[in-house]
Design a protein around this ligand. Structure first.
Ligand code: GTP
Ligand code: MG
Length: 661
């Protein structure tokens, strides 16, 4: 069994869904090429996707190339739905990054390529829309090399761009210039080849270079570039051949006998409301009626399986290593869960978390309970929605990447749950980072009402590292279950720091511990429980955090604005009012391109102002870049009741004066 689990990624409207349709057609899976504009494609199946002509959810489909089964995951390109891309990254063997030959490399393209390279996912680049007016393959190739990665090589030359007959002429052995470029590229990652190349350039055989290219592409070191058109089908044969020649196709027969290990990357509800988990098997074989471990501490029994194989997902007697399928029966499963034996830990997030949040309110106040239930179900399919209750104001909040996501949530609640809702204006989600080091400890006895002793130290950690937890206690001094309880409680507590924001880039160290062991035989109500550690941890962590002090950071976007040069005089002051900082300004014909940074909260406002300022000709593109310390007034977020600061016992203890180190 040979499989390739392939992701199609790109900025919005680059042609991913159309390309998917073309690949299915070429493989004989469908008889007619569907159209995004007519709402007839295989992967844009949601009512809302067909209505709007954009992809909202990642969708799986499958086709064959020779003896290889390709499971293709078509992802959304709109930055508001980046969470959908995030979740599939962990299950891919390879990817095709689509770039439009007209719009070229965009902010979102850079975000995606940066992540694909960081994760080492082998990636081919497809320059699409060669047939469209304004297409310029060579310009886009230069932009790819300049702005994405220099480790690229075009495998053909675009011809007849901007016409219906546009296509790509593959390079071959006779092309001396291509051979020289190829040799230079592959010699960069292969010392042996480099030595031969420097010894006698002409001696390097074409076959040797092509083999080296394939080996390096399969390891994600270099990225072959293809040109074509998903609408006319030009260049598709070369790309299809490249998928199996240049990406790592796995023969997973041997792993099918190993222990079960799989990752769930999508969860949806079936017609009867039943939960369906999309999983990629890394090892082992699952059959209906098998019990399987879900995540760290859940279990479930698989009741039915469908496996993707050259077309849709068909009923199957089992699912084995390498395959992607749908699993029924796992009622407690959530997106991101690992089934069976967990694999090496991967980072929590590949992209920036949502930077906006908004209050959702039902049109009829009586629907409040139903809305909470519906949003809980949506948050299950999209954990980054991160449903939150503000107990002080009795409001429901969801996290968002942008305003389009709001519309999608609104339409989904109306279509699937019959609920009419409105949104408050979105506000920015900030984060807190520790400014220094702080420590606190609670020993057993005295005013400590719990059968546990905990000492914690908070230290700043590098930007982007999230929350890490370490032990500085004697090995064996604390049973692992108790250490785990401290870690879980610490992570939970850090979701709301001093100012109410998630604390990040922080390292928490357990420096002291104590517990009462059970008597030699059996259990006593006087011995410590994990609950004691869970309750005590926040009461130690918050004072430690207060001593470390925290600073609030807001999300900043990198933006590119393209406007007619004569409107720049109106656009620049608007940018300044929104606290945007222009960094570079270039003139391209009658257009002016401004690059810079602006607060995430200003992006939507600028986007709505732009048409009025530029006669409808301005284009704004943006993507999250980094967090920047808030100067001026510090925004504070209302806490939910999970925060220990609201706990009566905590306030009592503060009143008594928490004992320090
Ligand atoms: N002329 C031309 N139009 C194309 C080509 N590929 C796609 N399109 C058009 O571009 C638009 C967007 O195509 P999609 O396939 O939906 O793009 P996408 O990347 O899937 O978009 P999202 O999923 O929403 O990010 C549609 O109107 C397509 O018909 C192409 O090669 N040539
Ligand atoms: Mg699409």
């Amino acid at each position: 069994m040979r499989t390739l689990n392939l992701g199609i990624l790109a900025h919005v409207d680059a042609g991913k869904t159309t390309l998917t349709e073309r690949l299915l057609y070429a493989a004989g899976v469908i008889d007619e090429v569907g159209s995004v504009d007519e709402g007839s494609t295989q992967t844009d199946t949601l009512v809302l996707e067909r209505r709007r002509g954009i992809t909202i959810k990642s969708a799986v489909t499958s086709f064959g190339i020779g003896d290889v089964t390709v499971n293709l995951i078509d992802t959304p390109g709109h930055p508001d739905f980046i969470a959908e891309v995030e979740r599939v990254l962990g299950v891919l063997d390879g990817a095709v990054l689509v770039v439009s030959a007209v719009e070229g490399v965009q902010a979102q393209t850079r975000v995606l390529m940066r992540t694909l390279r960081r994760l080492g996912i082998p990636t081919l680049i497809f320059v699409n829309k060669l047939d469209r007016a304004g297409a310029d393959g060579r310009r886009v190739l230069r932009a790819v090399a300049d702005r994405l990665t220099p480790a690229v090589i075009a495998l053909g030359a675009p011809r007849g761009e901007g016409t219906r007959g546009a296509d790509c002429v593959p390079y071959g052995e006779a092309d001396r210039a291509f051979l020289a470029r190829l040799a230079e590229l592959v010699a960069d990652h292969d010392d042996e080849l480099l030595a031969e190349y420097l010894g006698d350039e002409a001696r390097l055989r074409y076959g040797r270079l092509v083999t080296a290219l394939a080996a390096q592409a399969r390891r994600g070191l270099v990225h072959p570039v293809f040109f074509g058109s998903a609408i006319t089908g030009a260049g598709l044969a070369q790309l299809t051949a490249g998928l199996t020649e240049l990406l790592p196709v796995a023969d997973t027969k041997a792993e099918a006998d190993g222990p079960v290990s799989a990752a769930v990357f999508k969860v949806e509800r079936g017609p009867a409301g039943e939960k369906i988990a999309y999983a990629r098997m890394f090892s082992g074989t699952l059959r209906p009626r098998d019990r399987v471990r879900i995540g760290r501490d859940k279990q479930g029994r698989v009741t039915a399986i469908r496996v993707f194989d050259r077309g849709g997902a068909g009923q199957a007697a089992d699912i084995a290593a390498g395959q992607i399928g749908k699993l029924w029966g796992l009622t407690d499963v959530r997106i991101g869960d690992e089934l069976g034996v967990p694999r090496a830990a991967s980072p929590e997030h590949h992209f920036a978390p949502p930077s906006l949040e908004t209050v959702v309110a039902p049109a009829r106040p009586a629907d409040k309970g139903a809305l909470h239930a519906a949003l809980t179900q949506l948050a299950e399919q999209d954990p980054l929605i991160n449903l939150r209750q503000d107990d002080v104001r009795a409001e429901l909040l969801v996290s968002l990447y942008g305003e389009v996501q709001k519309e999608v949530i609104q339409a989904t609640l109306a279509d699937e749950f019959g609920l009419a809702v409105g949104f408050r204006q979105s506000t920015t989600i900030c984060v807190e980072r520790p400014a220094g080091t702080g420590a606190a400890a609670e020993l057993m006895g005295g005013a400590n009402p719990f059968r546990a002793a905990v000492g914690l130290r908070i230290d700043p950690a590098p930007a982007g590292s999230g929350v890490s937890f370490g032990l500085e206690i004697e090995p064996g001094a604390l049973p692992p279950a108790f250490a785990r309880a401290v870690e879980e409680a610490a992570r939970q507590t850090l979701t709301q720091g001093i100012f109410g924001w998630q604390v990040t880039d922080v390292s928490v160290t357990l420096t002291d511990s104590g517990y009462t062991p059970p008597p030699p035989y059996g259990w006593s109500k006087w011995s410590s429980s994990a609950g004691d550690f869970r309750s005590l941890t926040p009461l130690v962590l918050m004072p430690a955090l207060s001593r470390a002090r925290t600073q609030v950071y807001e999300p900043l976007h990198r933006f590119t604005i393209e406007v007619p040069s004569d409107t720049l005089g109106a656009v620049l002051p608007a940018l300044a009012r929104l606290l945007a900082v222009p960094l570079t300004q270039t003139v391209r014909g009658s257009l002016c391109v401004v690059d810079g940074e602006m607060p995430a909260a200003a992006v939507h406002r600028m986007r709505s102002l732009l048409p009025g300022l530029t006669r409808g000709e301005g284009v704004l593109e943006s993507a999250f870049d980094h967090y920047e310390r808030v100067r001026g007034e510090i925004p504070v977020r209302a806490r939910s009741d999970r925060n220990p600061l609201n706990r009566k016992e905590y306030l009592l203890r503060v009143a008594r004066g928490v004992s320090g180190l």
